[in-house]
Design a protein around this ligand. Sequence first.
Ligand code: PLP
Length: 376
Amino acid sequence: MRPLSEKVAAIAPSATIEISNAAKRMAQEGLDVISLSIGEPDFDTPGHITDACIGALHRGETHYAPSAGIPALTSAIAEKITRENGFAAEQDEVIVTCGAKDAIYEAMEAVLNPGDEVLILDPAWVSYEPCVQLAGAVARHHALSLKTFQVDDTLLEAVGPRTKMIVVNSPSNPSGAVLDGDSLELIADICRDHDLYALSDEIYEKLVYGKEHVSLASLDGMAERTITINGFSKAYAMTGWRIGYAVAPRPILRQMEKVQQHTISHPTTFAMFGALAAIEGPQDCVEAMRREFERRRDYLVPALRGLGYATAPADGAFYAYVQVDGDDMAVARSWLRDIHVAVTPGTAFHTPGWLRLSYATSMKNLEEAVERIARV
Ligand code: PLP
């Protein structure tokens, strides 16, 4: 047989898989495993959203839709961005995708050429680098300060002649950090000075605790060079619906639309009607989930600090990022084996020596997990 794609073969398997597979196996064997490795809200999608989707199915919204998404939804997203995110967006600057992940993939395909370099700020979510590689480009990693998890002047040293894009993720998965005004200004300065595109993944924008989320595209001169990524998975507990979106300048958007037309066509039509109900309907469900995450964070983070662990700021998303002594993979394996607590090793996010603990699980599970961790 002839060799398979070198591009895909070069993509590393996720460092999270070993632990999560082992955790699933143990749970199937009947062991009482507490999983703090979850990357999705533990709530059900609010009823008015599922009802809207069911209504759309009954109305026969089961056909192909325009490739950028149903017009009512692209228009509602443009209005939401203009109203809430501090920069103006028109309907034809919006594309609805199969989750934020698909939007990130399409954006990379739309912008990058082979040999272009993309700056990724570590700790970084697992899929940015593979999306860069799938687009034939090269990922360059720059470590954030592991004290503040903010950007400083050293970022400038990471920009080279081939750098074309920088990926920004605030609030961050895995660290929970929210970039402050100085960090965002620094990133914007560098993008303007070096003519870089920015991909700003704002999927956790609604999950902030005592901090304000600021969109990178709202800074001077940034809307024209920023692809803003967002979606419904985290804010509305809609992970399985696979609806995300991107807002970008028209030339980029048109390129993304071509990728979409020739791959997925568009996201599922009736699911987009659910997303429309989410964005146009009452927002108190979002606030109720945010408050519950905050309550859990307010328990978990001080409890871990009380056990002597240094933690990242945890100002957003639903993760506590915890520093451990020694090899994080070995610590994660031993926690799973000895106390049946599954966590995600920081190696997966390019920061060995850290563990990510998700608090998208019940208070009861968190309390039990803390009791077990106290024993190690
Ligand atoms: N971006 C970040 C930082 C995430 O954590 C995730 C999901 O875990 C995604 C994007 C993908 O979200 P979606 O479910 O909308 O594809």
